[in-house]
Design a protein around this ligand. Structure first.
Ligand code: ADP
Ligand code: ZN
Length: 731
């Protein structure tokens, strides 16, 4: 190994900062010198900003004006492999490096010197008097296992004053300790026994462990129906990785980061891993960031941005539910965590496991092409079998306009209730009703900021825009014609379905699960656990329920509108519907009771619906792949979305038209540009949006051409241009 480069005091170094500048800045190395990759604080104008020593200075600056690095921060220097990763990710996604660096430094207080502070964790015994407030403190501590809190965090999360916590400290029930701000995570023990695996599972686990031990890059697509034991199998790969002294990362869609999952990991390895997600406290975030960088965290379970933590020695990345659309970040830096995981692993010699019951067509095609290894688990673990699937032809159901549960579905649900089992009704629409219509003038209430309808949320007693999140109270008078009490809900949302269910099954215990109906992620998790333990007869839910929750007593899933996803013009509409329906159906019959899934549809002969019913996944993918190949669209062609937005629609179109005409750099590589056209949602948060689509053959170096192309226009004022490589959403 070569020693990292060192710059003596006064030597010129180039620093990459998190500020939106398009170049590196020259500084003089500080007293004591600094290493390549060091995290530093540098002066920029009157401010002090965070940066990384990126290489030798360029010296194209008046040397007498070059300032000195203020100080080197107390953090392990960024490794070469991480710098390469950021560079390549920036190149691929056409993201400026400062924005990449911001992604990689998303922990507060990186510049703070190491110091001590008071932390609070579970102590001994029980409170002498159990008040409500005290109980909440104990519950919060229990919920987070071994984790420690600052006084402020603990009292805020429990919703109590700090004196309640202090009172518990006096009794010793909560312990107060002086601790370094960031402590290593408890060691995980990979040699603890896992579950006894079936033959299939054991063979898969051995193959993955072998791949991990080779310490070379490779990707395996681990496919298996829900409940086949994919998690058990990849945890063995994690064990192999930890046993080698390397770090492992398991990426999950945010919503699948459940207490249930973490308990399984803890049971397997004897201690809790690091958990990186949006709900993590600032204290935990900084601790994880530092410990990952120093080797004090062996395993991170995290949402997509965990990919940008400063791993020292990463040997394995698991991307669970790899098809999940939430891996694509749709804000700020537009990256797909699944693809970036593969990139990162290829740089650091790690193995990637992509796990899913319904892989994305991209991954399926990569496996077909031999780029990924394939690993299949074909049966569910134990006595559980795949649910029987059927359709209900809604053309024959003759329902009144405000009813959505067909008589057939009603009967099927009733039978489950009578048998003491659970049924689930699935509808992928949040809120009460998607449309609020004035019966007097026909006006539909829309968002003031977006070209989108406002959705009634009766539970919150407000109208909400699902584009920008804006809410307003439900009016009693039509905003257009001022008629009184003529506003009516049209169409079903999850809340309205709950109402219908209460009418149809007045004696049943009904639980409605929608992400916006619970004050916190914690409350939602508690509700899900209570349902799993039998706390409801009927579960009504949105997409949220499709994601990996395990309800052992659930034996029927009724899909209210299986056609919903098929209507979009999105190129992945069929794939998404197929995946979602299979995932939802997979909720039924996980334990020892066989399950049934019933799909209400107006198009029972639609090829996608038929493929779902037949359970012929290979057949579906082959047909879908053939269609996409013929159309030259991903994964058989390349695409980039261009979104221009601004407050003035004419100005936005001017630039877009100009770009469309100046398409020389694109034509040079055989790429074509389509548009500009107003985006399907033409206004969001008061900004007008115009889209263009660039298409090219597979294998074309599209990024370089795009860069040259957009460089021809000057984006001025408050107009913004975003480039979305491999777009997933076309709104
Ligand atoms: P998947 O990730 O494919 O949905 P899981 O790994 O979650 O499947 O397994 C489904 C359920 O079956 C879990 O409760 C898991 O603990 C259990 N299970 C799977 N394989 C085994 C096994 N070999 N021994 C015991 N339990 C198992
Ligand atoms: Zn809006």
């Amino acid at each position: 190994m070569t020693r990292p480069e060192f710059y003596d005091e006064g030597a010129l170094v180039a620093v990459l900062t998190t500020q939106p500048l398009d170049r590196l800045l020259d500084y003089k190395a500080p007293e004591g010198g600094c290493l390549l990759g060091a995290f530093v604080e540098v002066p920029l104008g009157p401010r002090k900003v965070l940066g990384i020593v990126w290489g030798p200075g360029r010296g194209d600056w008046d040397i007498s004006k070059v300032r000195s690095v203020i100080r080197v921060l107390d953090a392990a220097p960024m490794r070469e492999e991480m710098r390469t990763f950021l560079l390549k990710a920036a190149e691929y996604t056409l993201t400026p490096m400062p924005a990449m660096l911001r992604l990689a430094t998303r922990a507060p207080g990186l510049g703070d010197p190491p110091s001590m502070r008071k932390i609070y964790r579970r102590g001994e015994g029980e409170p002498d008097r159990a008040t409500d407030a005290r109980r909440r403190v104990m519950e919060t501590l229990a919920d987070y296992g071994d984790l420690s809190f600052t006084l402020k965090e603990l009292s805020e999360m429990a919703g109590v004053t700090s004196s309640v916590v202090k009172g518990l400290v006096k009794q010793g029930v909560v312990s107060e300790e002086d601790a370094p701000r960031d402590v290593p995570f408890r060691r995980l023990d990979p040699s603890l026994p896992g579950k006894e695996l079936t033959e299939d599972q054991a063979a898969g686990a051995a193959m993955l462990a072998e791949a991990v031990r080779s310490e070379t890059y490779g990707t395996t697509l681990l496919r298996g129906v829900t409940g086949s034991g994919k998690t058990e199998v990849y945890l063995e790969a994690v064990a192999a990785c930890l046993a080698q002294g390397r770090q492992a990362l398991v990426l999950l869609p945010e919503i699948a980061l459940t207490a249930e999952f973490l308990k399984r990991v803890q049971a397997r390895f004897g201690a809790r891993p690091a958990e990186w997600h949006s709900g993590a406290t600032m204290t935990e975030r900084r601790r994880i960031w530092r410990m990952v960088g120093q080797g004090g965290a062996q395993l991170v379970i995290g949402a997509r941005s965990a990919l940008f933590l400063p791993y020292q020695n990463l040997g394995l990345i698991v991307v669970d539910e790899e098809h999940d659309t939430s891996y694509k970040q749709e804000d700020g830096v537009l990256y797909n965590a699944r693809d970036m995981a593969v990139l990162r692993a290829s740089i650091c010699g790690a193995h990637v496991v992509l796990a899913s019951a319904t892989p994305s067509l991209e991954s399926w095609a990569n496996a077909e092409a031999g780029k990924y290894k394939r690993l299949e688990l074909t049966s569910r673990f134990g006595p559980a079998v795949m649910p029987t699937m059927g359709t209900i032809d809604m053309r024959a159901a003759a329902l009144p306009a405000d009813r959505w549960v067909s008589p057939d579905l009603q009967k099927a649900v009733q039978a489950r209730i009578d048998a003491g089992e659970q049924a689930m009704l699935f509808i992928n629409r949040r809120g009460y009703a998607p449309i609020t219509l004035c019966r007097a003038c026909g006006h539909q209430i829309a968002c003031d900021q977006c070209d989108a309808r406002m959705v009634e949320h009766r539970f919150l007693k407000r109208l909400m825009c699902h584009q920008c999140g804006e809410t307003k109270p439900m009016p009693t008078v039509c905003p257009s014609c001022e008629a009184e009490d003529r506003l009516a809900p049209v169409g079903p949302g999850v809340e309205r379905l709950g109402e219908e269910a209460a009418l149809l099954w007045p004696d049943a215990r009904i639980a409605t699960l929608s992400s916006d109906m619970y004050g916190s992620a914690r409350a939602l998790k508690a509700e899900i656990e209570s349902i799993a333990q039998g706390g409801a007869d009927i579960v009504i839910g949105t997409q949220l329920v499709a994601k990996g929750h395990n309800f052992p007593n659930l034996t029927l899933v009724g899909v209210i509108d299986a056609d919903l996803g098929l209507q979009g013009s999105d190129l992945r509409a069929a794939e998404r519907t197929f995946q979602l329906m299979r995932q939802v159906a997979g909720r039924a019959g996980r334990a020892d009771k066989p399950g049934t899934a019933l799909l209400q549809t107006y198009q029972p002969d639609h090829p996608v619906i038929r493929a779902i019913l037949a359970g012929d996944e290979e057949g579906f993918w082959r047909a879908e792949a053939a269609q996409r190949e013929a159309a030259g669209v991903p994964p058989y062609g390349r695409m980039a979305g261009i979104i221009l937005s601004g407050p003035d629609v004419a100005a936005v179109f001017d630039i877009a038209n100009h770009l469309a005409r100046a398409d020389g750099p694109l034509r040079q590589v055989g790429a074509q540009v389509y548009g500009p056209a107003p985006a399907p949602i033409a206004r969001v948060r008061g900004r007008h949006r115009v889209r263009m689509l660039v298409k090219a053959d597979k294998g074309v170096a599209l990024q370089g051409a795009l860069r040259k192309w957009v460089r021809q226009v000057q984006i001025k004022g408050d107009i913004r241009l975003a480039i979305d490589i491999d777009p997933q959403s076309f709104y």
